[in-house]
Design a protein around this ligand. Structure first.
Ligand SMILES: Cc1ncc(COP(=O)(O)O)c(C=O)c1O
Length: 414
């Protein structure tokens, strides 16, 4: 049995890692580091070692760890009331909805909890709209996704994925009405839309994060929007990882100057304090939903609503989009300057960057992550050969230079 005595004997990190291994579900394979504190761009392990956090909890902590303004809101609201359920009105939800509507320019907002729930909600809204507005026959609505997508782990999310680790032995997935096309292929999208009047929506990330920070080609999304409009299909852009300053704009699709029909937010919407997700859309879509047809016990709760407003304001007031753009340029240039035969490419936008190795090389992304960890920087592979670098957006120039120095040294260690 694990005890404090064993904890001392093994060292703190091993004690905590063993606990997770013994009692937790092995649904992740974490790097061997046990974190207990975070501040700004840094995290600290249980043995007191300091690291740059270049994952930012998959871009949930864009505002930096334990941002003081968000912390203050969180504590003040937690002392008043945290959860009332949607059985009653609360004095924060409406104000949060108005703030998000004004900030992002959509008529309506639905608050949920996880990003995956925002995706599920968007699919329900799109199907409902297809039946009640577009006139698709009952139970025939389809949703198109891009290959390489990632939007969570629900049955619908697994059923729309082409990555076996997401769907293997979790089926059946028949009857969902999902279809996949290549990301960046306008031709494939047009072929689908031309031939099927029952398509309700195209659901796509603006930059494919989990696939390894795969950028859209110039002009792709402009064409996608034109096609969706032409064939009366809703364009749902998943900004859960790319949004809220990550790519140097408040929303990543603003790079293409388009207005999707639905936008999904989560992660940095509360700066790491609390799970809140949002679907942004207009009356034509959201007003097809009636009381009792959708919801969640925690969705739209007073604590999450209050924190979401402060966390979004921090991004705007502290000019984190601008900083992401400026620091991202320096960082990406530094990554591109790293020359090794096994490096295929450095790419990114804002502070959403990746380093990819050649498939043929024996060097793995995990090996580099372990070297980075030893030298005081935490990042995680997205695939065998790709590492994503996405630090908190509060990072400054000196810290970017220190991080690049660590990455250079770790690459040389390989
Ligand atoms: C683009 C994207 N959408 C949706 C999700 C799902 O979010 P959550 O893990 O909060 O369910 C993720 C999670 O990484 C994501 O990257």
């Amino acid at each position: 049995m694990l005890s404090k005595v064993i904890k001392r004997g093994l060292g703190y990190s091993n004690y905590y890692m063993d606990l997770e291994k013994q009692y937790g579900c092995r649904n992740y394979s974490p790097l061997p580091v046990v974190l207990e504190r975070g501040e700004g761009v840094h995290v600290f392990d249980v043995e007191g070692k300091k690291y740059f956090d270049f994952l930012s909890a998959y871009s949930a902590v864009n505002q930096g760890h334990c941002h003081p303004k968000i912390l203050k809101t969180f504590i003040e609201q937690a002392q008043k009331v945290t959860l009332t359920s949607r059985a009653f009105y609360n004095s924060n939800l409406g104000e949060c909805e108005k703030f998000l509507s004004d900030t992002f320019g959509y008529q309506k907002v639905l608050l949920m909890n996880s990003g995956c729930e925002a995706g599920e909600s968007a699919i329900k809204f799109a199907r409902r709209w297809a039946y009640t507005v577009k006139g698709v026959p009952d139970n025939q609505a389809k949703v198109i996704f891009a290959k390489g997508n990632f939007w969570g782990r629900s049955i619908a999310a697994c059923g729309s994925s082409d990555d076996p680790s997401r769907f293997y032995k979790f089926g059946p997935f028949g009857g969902l009405g999902f279809d996949l096309i290549d990301f960046n292929s306008v031709e494939q999208l047009e072929a689908k839309l031309q031939n099927d009047p029952n398509i309700a929506a195209f659901f796509v990330e603006h930059i494919q994060g989990e696939r390894g920070v795969i950028l859209p080609e110039n002009g792709y999304f402009k064409k996608v929007k034109e096609l969706c409009d032409k064939y009366n299909v809703l364009l749902i852009i998943d900004e859960i990882q790319t949004g809220l300053g990550r790519t140097g704009k408040l929303l990543s699709h603003q790079w293409d100057d388009i207005r999707p029909d639905m936008v999904l937010l989560a992660k940095a919407l509360t700066g790491g304090f609390y799970p809140v997700s949002a679907v942004l859309t207009d009356n034509e879509v959201m007003e097809q939903i009636n009381p009792g047809e959708h919801g969640s016990t925690y969705g739209g709760n007073p604590l999450g609503s209050k924190v979401a407003v402060t966390a979004t304001k921090v991004i705007l007031e502290e000019k984190l989009c601008e900083n992401s753009l400026e620091m991202g340029e320096i960082f990406l240039k530094g990554l591109k300057d790293i020359q090794k035969p096994f490096i295929k490419e450095a790419r990114g936008r804002g502070l959403f960057c990746a380093l990819e190795f050649h498939e043929s090389t024996k060097v793995t992304a995990t090996q580099l992550c372990l070297k980075l960890k030893e030298r005081g920087l935490l990042a995680k592979p997205t695939h065998n050969t790709t590492i994503r670098f996405s630090p908190p957006l509060v990072i400054n120039k000196q810290q970017i230079e220190e991080a690049l120095d660590i990455i250079n040294k770790a690459v040389n260690d390989l």
